[in-house]
Design a protein around this ligand. Structure first.
Ligand SMILES: Nc1ncnc2c1ncn2[C@@H]1O[C@H](COP(=O)(O)OP(=O)(O)O)[C@@H](O)[C@H]1O
Ligand SMILES: [Mg+2]
Length: 262
């Protein structure tokens, strides 16, 4: 990613454009995205951009459409209307996007290492040795190197979350989507997870993170969107949105969820 950025800078400077404007398209651009489920509107004209190396937090009440939004971004779900662009081009194959769901969906009869590398070998057709190399590297990154031969049932909740994130990162996606990954964890483990996700951010990973733990989002996200009834009610940088929400509904939601502040 760094290399690409430098190349872009070089070509721009050769053109003599030194006005300090962004030279690259955003990583993800969503324009007027709508989604209906059998005529019921669930997402209504959602628009936002996500830049390289940025973390976007999404908060909002249950049923607001947060999971549907992530499913549309990952192309697991087709949108009804609107456009999505990935790195400035049409948003097609989903190989550049990893997603972790609330219920993790780890395979119970596969070991930790197998959970991480199975897709690499059987779907992406990586050579087994290369997949194992990648898998072991990820296990080290998430301090799970001693767990590679264990099964999901033998892991703690926090460890399972880390395996699920490691699995989503196996193909080195540019964008990682995290849907309520804190929901089954107690505050100490949420804090621990924050540490690992921050380290991904330091490596330049872009993320869209949905959580009902306001403290988690506040500490992690650069920008935050408040979603209600399928529409963006407010968007701002994280500190500003939590400290000084402009919309009355955002204010009420944050006040009601103060318990989630770490
Ligand atoms: N597959 C589906 N079919 C029909 N309705 C759905 C489906 N998935 C979600 N919905 C509805 O869409 C709305 C938004 O759901 P969801 O995106 O899961 O919200 P959130 O993640 O914010 O709680 C809800 O009213 C939910 O019932
Ligand atoms: Mg949800």
């Amino acid at each position: 990613m760094k290399k690409k950025k430098n190349q872009a800078k070089l070509s721009v400077s050769l053109l003599g454009k030194t006005n300090g404007k962004r030279e690259e398209p955003p990583l993800l651009e969503i324009k007027d995205l709508s989604k209906d489920y059998s005529d019921k509107p669930v997402l209504k004209d959602i628009s936002f951009t996500l830049n390289d190396n940025e973390i976007l937090g999404v908060i909002g009440p249950s049923g607001a459409g947060k999971s549907t939004l992530l499913r549309c971004i990952s192309r697991l779900e087709d949108s009804t209307k609107g456009n999505m662009f990935f790195e400035g081009g049409e948003h097609g194959a989903n190989s550049d996007i990893g997603i972790v769901f609330q219920d993790l969906q780890l395979w119970p009869h596969r070991t930790v290492l197998q959970n991480i590398i199975d897709t690499l070998i059987h779907v992406k057709r990586y050579k087994k040795e290369k997949a194992i190399d990648i898998g072991k590297g990820l296990l080290r990154q998430f301090d799970l190197q001693d767990k590679e031969n264990e099964y999901p049932k033998d892991l703690s909740g926090g460890e399972k979350q880390r395996v699920a994130i490691a699995r989503a990162l196996a193909t080195n996606p540019k964008l990682l989507l995290l849907d309520e990954i804190t929901s089954s964890l107690d505050p100490e483990l949420i804090h621990e997870l924050l540490y690992y996700i921050r380290s991904l951010s330091k490596q330049g990973k872009s993320m869209v993170v949905v959580s009902h733990h306001m403290g988690f989002i506040r500490q992690l996200a650069d920008r935050v969107i408040f979603l209600e009834n399928g529409a963006i009610i407010e968007e701002n940088n994280a500190e500003e949105l939590f400290r000084n929400p402009k919309n009355e509904r955002t204010k009420k939601f944050i006040e009601k969820n103060l318990v989630g502040m770490l």
